[in-house]
Design a protein around this ligand. Structure first.
Ligand code: SF4
Length: 341
Protein backbone atom coordinates (compact mmCIF):
# COMPACT_ATOMS: atom_id res chain seq x y z
CA UNK A 1 0.00 0.00 0.00
CA UNK A 2 1.29 3.46 -0.86
CA UNK A 3 2.06 5.95 1.89
CA UNK A 4 0.35 9.34 2.06
CA UNK A 5 2.05 12.70 1.61
CA UNK A 6 -0.89 14.53 3.16
CA UNK A 7 -0.09 15.43 6.76
CA UNK A 8 3.68 15.63 6.24
CA UNK A 9 5.67 18.72 7.21
CA UNK A 10 8.11 20.41 4.78
CA UNK A 11 10.98 18.81 6.72
CA UNK A 12 9.47 15.34 6.31
CA UNK A 13 8.72 16.07 2.65
CA UNK A 14 12.35 17.11 2.14
CA UNK A 15 13.51 13.70 3.35
CA UNK A 16 11.00 11.97 1.08
CA UNK A 17 12.19 14.11 -1.85
CA UNK A 18 15.87 13.31 -1.19
CA UNK A 19 15.14 9.58 -0.98
CA UNK A 20 13.39 9.80 -4.36
CA UNK A 21 16.42 11.52 -5.89
CA UNK A 22 14.80 14.96 -5.99
CA UNK A 23 16.57 18.09 -4.73
CA UNK A 24 15.98 19.16 -1.10
CA UNK A 25 13.90 22.19 -2.13
CA UNK A 26 11.32 19.82 -3.64
CA UNK A 27 10.10 19.32 -0.06
CA UNK A 28 8.91 22.92 0.08
CA UNK A 29 7.44 22.64 -3.38
CA UNK A 30 5.47 19.56 -2.35
CA UNK A 31 4.18 21.34 0.77
CA UNK A 32 2.95 24.14 -1.43
CA UNK A 33 1.20 21.73 -3.79
CA UNK A 34 -0.41 19.89 -0.89
CA UNK A 35 -1.53 22.75 1.34
CA UNK A 36 -1.78 25.87 -0.80
CA UNK A 37 -2.72 24.50 -4.18
CA UNK A 38 -4.53 21.43 -2.83
CA UNK A 39 -3.16 19.04 -5.46
CA UNK A 40 -4.91 15.69 -5.48
CA UNK A 41 -2.34 13.76 -7.48
CA UNK A 42 1.43 13.72 -7.83
CA UNK A 43 1.01 14.36 -11.55
CA UNK A 44 -0.36 17.83 -10.77
CA UNK A 45 2.96 18.78 -9.13
CA UNK A 46 4.37 19.99 -12.43
CA UNK A 47 7.41 21.84 -11.07
CA UNK A 48 8.83 18.50 -9.86
CA UNK A 49 10.72 16.65 -12.59
CA UNK A 50 8.72 14.02 -14.45
CA UNK A 51 11.25 11.35 -13.51
CA UNK A 52 11.10 12.44 -9.85
CA UNK A 53 7.32 12.24 -9.83
CA UNK A 54 7.49 8.76 -11.29
CA UNK A 55 9.98 7.58 -8.66
CA UNK A 56 7.86 9.16 -5.92
CA UNK A 57 4.69 7.53 -7.19
CA UNK A 58 6.15 4.05 -6.66
CA UNK A 59 5.74 4.45 -2.89
CA UNK A 60 3.78 7.65 -2.33
CA UNK A 61 0.45 9.25 -3.19
CA UNK A 62 -1.28 12.44 -2.06
CA UNK A 63 -3.71 10.32 -0.11
CA UNK A 64 -7.00 12.15 -0.37
CA UNK A 65 -9.94 9.92 0.59
CA UNK A 66 -13.41 10.89 -0.53
CA UNK A 67 -16.44 10.65 1.79
CA UNK A 68 -18.38 7.40 1.84
CA UNK A 69 -21.58 9.25 2.58
CA UNK A 70 -22.89 12.81 3.04
CA UNK A 71 -26.11 13.82 4.79
CA UNK A 72 -27.59 17.31 4.82
CA UNK A 73 -29.75 18.58 7.68
CA UNK A 74 -32.79 20.83 7.28
CA UNK A 75 -30.67 23.56 8.94
CA UNK A 76 -27.86 23.23 6.36
CA UNK A 77 -25.49 21.26 8.61
CA UNK A 78 -23.72 18.53 6.63
CA UNK A 79 -22.35 15.31 8.04
CA UNK A 80 -19.60 13.50 6.14
CA UNK A 81 -18.60 9.90 6.72
CA UNK A 82 -14.95 9.09 5.97
CA UNK A 83 -13.08 5.81 5.71
CA UNK A 84 -10.09 5.28 8.01
CA UNK A 85 -6.88 4.28 6.18
CA UNK A 86 -6.06 0.61 6.67
CA UNK A 87 -9.19 -0.08 8.73
CA UNK A 88 -12.02 -0.90 6.36
CA UNK A 89 -14.49 -1.60 9.17
CA UNK A 90 -13.98 1.83 10.75
CA UNK A 91 -15.38 5.16 9.68
CA UNK A 92 -15.34 8.61 11.24
CA UNK A 93 -17.58 11.61 10.87
CA UNK A 94 -16.92 15.29 10.27
CA UNK A 95 -19.67 17.86 10.53
CA UNK A 96 -19.77 21.15 8.62
CA UNK A 97 -21.90 23.75 10.41
CA UNK A 98 -22.85 26.87 8.43
CA UNK A 99 -23.80 29.97 10.41
CA UNK A 100 -24.25 33.29 8.56
CA UNK A 101 -20.81 34.03 7.11
CA UNK A 102 -19.06 31.24 9.03
CA UNK A 103 -18.50 27.64 8.05
CA UNK A 104 -17.16 25.62 10.95
CA UNK A 105 -15.84 22.08 10.63
CA UNK A 106 -16.28 19.80 13.63
CA UNK A 107 -13.40 17.35 13.22
CA UNK A 108 -12.86 13.81 14.52
CA UNK A 109 -9.47 12.86 15.97
CA UNK A 110 -10.01 9.17 16.82
CA UNK A 111 -12.09 6.25 15.56
CA UNK A 112 -14.31 5.73 18.59
CA UNK A 113 -13.07 6.87 21.98
CA UNK A 114 -11.70 5.22 25.11
CA UNK A 115 -12.96 7.84 27.58
CA UNK A 116 -16.34 6.20 28.09
CA UNK A 117 -18.50 9.23 28.91
CA UNK A 118 -21.91 7.68 29.50
CA UNK A 119 -23.94 10.30 27.63
CA UNK A 120 -21.97 10.00 24.38
CA UNK A 121 -22.61 7.65 21.46
CA UNK A 122 -18.96 7.76 20.40
CA UNK A 123 -17.94 6.68 23.89
CA UNK A 124 -20.31 3.74 23.71
CA UNK A 125 -18.68 2.27 20.63
CA UNK A 126 -15.32 1.90 22.37
CA UNK A 127 -11.91 2.73 20.97
CA UNK A 128 -10.88 1.65 17.48
CA UNK A 129 -7.68 3.63 17.03
CA UNK A 130 -6.06 7.01 16.60
CA UNK A 131 -6.42 8.90 13.35
CA UNK A 132 -3.17 10.11 11.90
CA UNK A 133 -2.55 13.63 10.60
CA UNK A 134 -3.54 12.58 7.06
CA UNK A 135 -6.88 11.15 8.24
CA UNK A 136 -7.63 14.35 10.16
CA UNK A 137 -6.53 16.79 7.43
CA UNK A 138 -8.45 14.81 4.87
CA UNK A 139 -11.64 15.87 6.67
CA UNK A 140 -10.75 19.49 5.84
CA UNK A 141 -9.75 18.86 2.25
CA UNK A 142 -12.24 16.31 0.93
CA UNK A 143 -15.51 18.08 1.73
CA UNK A 144 -17.51 20.23 -0.68
CA UNK A 145 -16.92 23.31 1.50
CA UNK A 146 -13.13 22.81 1.67
CA UNK A 147 -12.35 26.20 0.16
CA UNK A 148 -14.79 28.16 2.30
CA UNK A 149 -14.10 26.88 5.82
CA UNK A 150 -13.62 29.68 8.35
CA UNK A 151 -13.23 27.77 11.64
CA UNK A 152 -12.50 24.34 13.06
CA UNK A 153 -13.44 22.69 16.33
CA UNK A 154 -11.83 19.47 17.52
CA UNK A 155 -15.14 18.29 18.97
CA UNK A 156 -16.03 15.35 16.76
CA UNK A 157 -15.37 11.70 17.52
CA UNK A 158 -12.58 10.98 20.00
CA UNK A 159 -10.63 12.86 22.64
CA UNK A 160 -8.09 15.07 20.79
CA UNK A 161 -5.71 15.24 23.75
CA UNK A 162 -5.54 11.44 23.76
CA UNK A 163 -4.00 11.77 20.28
CA UNK A 164 -2.06 14.97 20.82
CA UNK A 165 0.96 14.22 18.60
CA UNK A 166 -1.19 13.90 15.48
CA UNK A 167 -3.61 16.68 16.43
CA UNK A 168 -0.67 19.00 17.11
CA UNK A 169 0.74 18.19 13.69
CA UNK A 170 -2.59 19.11 12.09
CA UNK A 171 -2.80 22.36 14.06
CA UNK A 172 0.75 23.20 12.92
CA UNK A 173 -0.19 22.58 9.28
CA UNK A 174 -3.39 24.63 9.62
CA UNK A 175 -1.57 27.60 11.17
CA UNK A 176 1.89 27.55 9.52
CA UNK A 177 2.67 30.14 6.81
CA UNK A 178 3.68 27.22 4.55
CA UNK A 179 0.42 25.44 5.41
CA UNK A 180 -3.07 26.92 5.44
CA UNK A 181 -1.89 30.04 7.33
CA UNK A 182 -4.98 30.12 9.57
CA UNK A 183 -4.89 32.21 12.71
CA UNK A 184 -5.01 29.95 15.82
CA UNK A 185 -8.06 32.01 16.83
CA UNK A 186 -10.02 30.10 14.18
CA UNK A 187 -9.42 26.79 15.98
CA UNK A 188 -10.93 25.44 19.20
CA UNK A 189 -9.93 22.19 20.84
CA UNK A 190 -12.45 20.52 23.12
CA UNK A 191 -11.31 18.13 25.83
CA UNK A 192 -12.62 16.38 28.89
CA UNK A 193 -9.31 17.30 30.58
CA UNK A 194 -6.47 14.89 29.77
CA UNK A 195 -4.19 16.75 32.13
CA UNK A 196 -0.62 16.04 30.89
CA UNK A 197 -1.51 16.79 27.28
CA UNK A 198 -3.69 19.72 28.27
CA UNK A 199 -0.54 21.36 29.58
CA UNK A 200 1.21 20.60 26.30
CA UNK A 201 -1.71 22.01 24.32
CA UNK A 202 -1.68 25.20 26.39
CA UNK A 203 2.11 25.56 26.02
CA UNK A 204 2.48 24.47 22.41
CA UNK A 205 -0.48 26.17 20.70
CA UNK A 206 -2.45 29.40 20.92
CA UNK A 207 -5.81 27.89 19.95
CA UNK A 208 -8.94 28.34 22.02
CA UNK A 209 -9.82 25.75 24.64
CA UNK A 210 -13.20 24.21 25.48
CA UNK A 211 -13.49 21.90 28.49
CA UNK A 212 -16.32 19.39 28.93
CA UNK A 213 -17.35 20.11 32.49
CA UNK A 214 -20.99 18.93 32.87
CA UNK A 215 -21.00 18.76 36.68
CA UNK A 216 -19.06 20.76 39.30
CA UNK A 217 -19.27 18.02 41.97
CA UNK A 218 -16.45 15.44 41.68
CA UNK A 219 -18.47 12.41 42.81
CA UNK A 220 -21.40 13.26 40.52
CA UNK A 221 -19.14 13.99 37.53
CA UNK A 222 -17.47 10.63 38.09
CA UNK A 223 -20.85 8.89 37.64
CA UNK A 224 -20.86 9.96 33.98
CA UNK A 225 -17.22 10.63 33.20
CA UNK A 226 -14.63 8.05 34.26
CA UNK A 227 -11.88 10.57 33.42
CA UNK A 228 -12.69 12.36 36.66
CA UNK A 229 -10.84 9.61 38.51
CA UNK A 230 -7.54 9.98 36.63
CA UNK A 231 -7.63 13.73 36.09
CA UNK A 232 -9.99 15.48 38.50
CA UNK A 233 -11.72 18.62 37.27
CA UNK A 234 -10.31 20.69 40.14
CA UNK A 235 -6.79 19.99 38.89
CA UNK A 236 -7.81 20.84 35.34
CA UNK A 237 -9.17 24.21 36.50
CA UNK A 238 -6.06 24.79 38.62
CA UNK A 239 -3.90 24.30 35.52
CA UNK A 240 -6.10 26.54 33.36
CA UNK A 241 -5.84 29.33 35.94
CA UNK A 242 -2.09 29.45 35.30
CA UNK A 243 -2.66 30.68 31.73
CA UNK A 244 -3.85 34.02 30.39
CA UNK A 245 -7.34 34.03 28.90
CA UNK A 246 -7.90 37.76 29.16
CA UNK A 247 -6.54 38.51 25.66
CA UNK A 248 -7.03 36.82 22.30
CA UNK A 249 -7.16 33.27 23.62
CA UNK A 250 -10.46 32.05 25.07
CA UNK A 251 -11.53 29.25 27.38
CA UNK A 252 -15.09 27.99 27.55
CA UNK A 253 -16.78 25.21 29.50
CA UNK A 254 -19.27 22.85 27.91
CA UNK A 255 -22.19 21.95 30.13
CA UNK A 256 -24.81 19.52 28.82
CA UNK A 257 -27.94 20.07 30.87
CA UNK A 258 -29.72 16.96 32.16
CA UNK A 259 -33.05 17.30 33.89
CA UNK A 260 -32.46 16.89 37.61
CA UNK A 261 -28.83 15.73 37.42
CA UNK A 262 -26.88 18.95 37.05
CA UNK A 263 -29.27 21.90 36.79
CA UNK A 264 -30.22 22.72 40.38
CA UNK A 265 -29.38 25.85 42.38
CA UNK A 266 -26.79 23.79 44.22
CA UNK A 267 -25.04 23.06 40.89
CA UNK A 268 -25.19 26.68 39.73
CA UNK A 269 -23.70 27.89 43.02
CA UNK A 270 -20.90 25.30 42.88
CA UNK A 271 -20.15 26.22 39.27
CA UNK A 272 -19.93 29.89 40.21
CA UNK A 273 -17.48 29.05 42.99
CA UNK A 274 -15.40 26.73 40.79
CA UNK A 275 -14.99 29.26 37.98
CA UNK A 276 -14.93 32.42 40.06
CA UNK A 277 -12.49 35.04 38.78
CA UNK A 278 -11.70 33.10 35.59
CA UNK A 279 -12.30 34.93 32.30
CA UNK A 280 -14.48 32.34 30.58
CA UNK A 281 -17.83 31.41 29.10
CA UNK A 282 -20.16 28.52 29.94
CA UNK A 283 -21.94 26.96 26.95
CA UNK A 284 -25.12 25.18 27.97
CA UNK A 285 -25.87 22.33 25.58
CA UNK A 286 -29.16 20.56 25.15
CA UNK A 287 -28.85 16.83 25.75
CA UNK A 288 -29.77 14.65 22.78
CA UNK A 289 -31.39 11.54 24.14
CA UNK A 290 -29.61 8.25 23.53
CA UNK A 291 -30.98 4.75 24.25
CA UNK A 292 -30.76 3.22 27.75
CA UNK A 293 -29.75 6.40 29.48
CA UNK A 294 -31.27 7.28 32.87
CA UNK A 295 -31.60 11.07 32.49
CA UNK A 296 -33.58 13.20 30.07
CA UNK A 297 -32.87 16.59 28.58
CA UNK A 298 -33.70 19.71 30.57
CA UNK A 299 -36.46 21.75 28.94
CA UNK A 300 -35.69 25.14 27.40
CA UNK A 301 -37.26 27.07 30.33
CA UNK A 302 -35.15 24.98 32.74
CA UNK A 303 -32.02 25.77 30.73
CA UNK A 304 -32.90 29.45 30.65
CA UNK A 305 -33.42 29.47 34.42
CA UNK A 306 -30.02 27.83 34.93
CA UNK A 307 -28.37 30.26 32.51
CA UNK A 308 -29.95 33.24 34.29
CA UNK A 309 -28.76 31.97 37.67
CA UNK A 310 -25.19 31.77 36.34
CA UNK A 311 -25.47 35.19 34.69
CA UNK A 312 -26.73 36.79 37.89
CA UNK A 313 -23.70 35.30 39.65
CA UNK A 314 -21.39 37.01 37.14
CA UNK A 315 -20.63 34.16 34.71
CA UNK A 316 -21.12 34.59 30.97
CA UNK A 317 -23.44 31.73 30.06
CA UNK A 318 -25.15 31.01 26.75
CA UNK A 319 -27.44 28.29 25.45
CA UNK A 320 -25.78 26.78 22.41
CA UNK A 321 -28.09 26.27 19.43
CA UNK A 322 -28.40 22.62 18.53
CA UNK A 323 -27.43 21.86 14.95
CA UNK A 324 -27.95 18.87 12.67
CA UNK A 325 -30.03 16.84 15.11
CA UNK A 326 -32.17 15.33 12.31
CA UNK A 327 -29.08 13.69 10.77
CA UNK A 328 -27.57 12.66 14.15
CA UNK A 329 -24.83 15.24 13.74
CA UNK A 330 -25.47 17.08 17.02
CA UNK A 331 -23.23 16.93 20.10
CA UNK A 332 -22.82 13.46 21.55
CA UNK A 333 -24.49 11.69 18.63
CA UNK A 334 -21.53 10.97 16.33
CA UNK A 335 -21.03 7.26 15.99
CA UNK A 336 -19.91 6.56 12.44
CA UNK A 337 -22.05 3.78 11.07
CA UNK A 338 -21.24 1.38 13.85
CA UNK A 339 -24.27 1.98 16.03
CA UNK A 340 -27.91 1.83 15.11
CA UNK A 341 -29.90 4.50 16.87
FE1 SF4 B 1 -14.95 10.53 24.10
FE2 SF4 B 1 -15.74 13.09 24.02
FE3 SF4 B 1 -17.54 11.11 23.85
FE4 SF4 B 1 -16.29 11.54 26.18
S1 SF4 B 1 -17.70 12.97 25.14
S2 SF4 B 1 -16.64 9.54 25.21
S3 SF4 B 1 -14.27 12.18 25.44
S4 SF4 B 1 -15.94 11.56 22.37
Amino acid sequence: MKQRLLGKTPEELKQIALEAGLPAFAGKQMAQWLYTRRARTLQEMTNLSKAGRETLSQNWEVGMAFPLDVQTSADGTRKYLFPVEGKPSDAVEAVMIPDQDRKTLCVSSQAGCKMGCKFCMTGRQGFHGNLDAADILNQFFAIDEADGLTNAVFMGMGEPLDNWEQVKKVIDILTAPWGLAWSPKRITLSTIGVLPNLKRFLDESRCHLAVSLHNPFPEERLEMMPVQKAWPLEEVIRLIRQYDFTGQRRVSFEYTVFDGWNNTKRHADALLRLLSGLECRVNLIRFHQIPDFPYGAASLPQMEAFRDRLSRGGLTATIRASRGEDIFAACGLLAGKHMQL
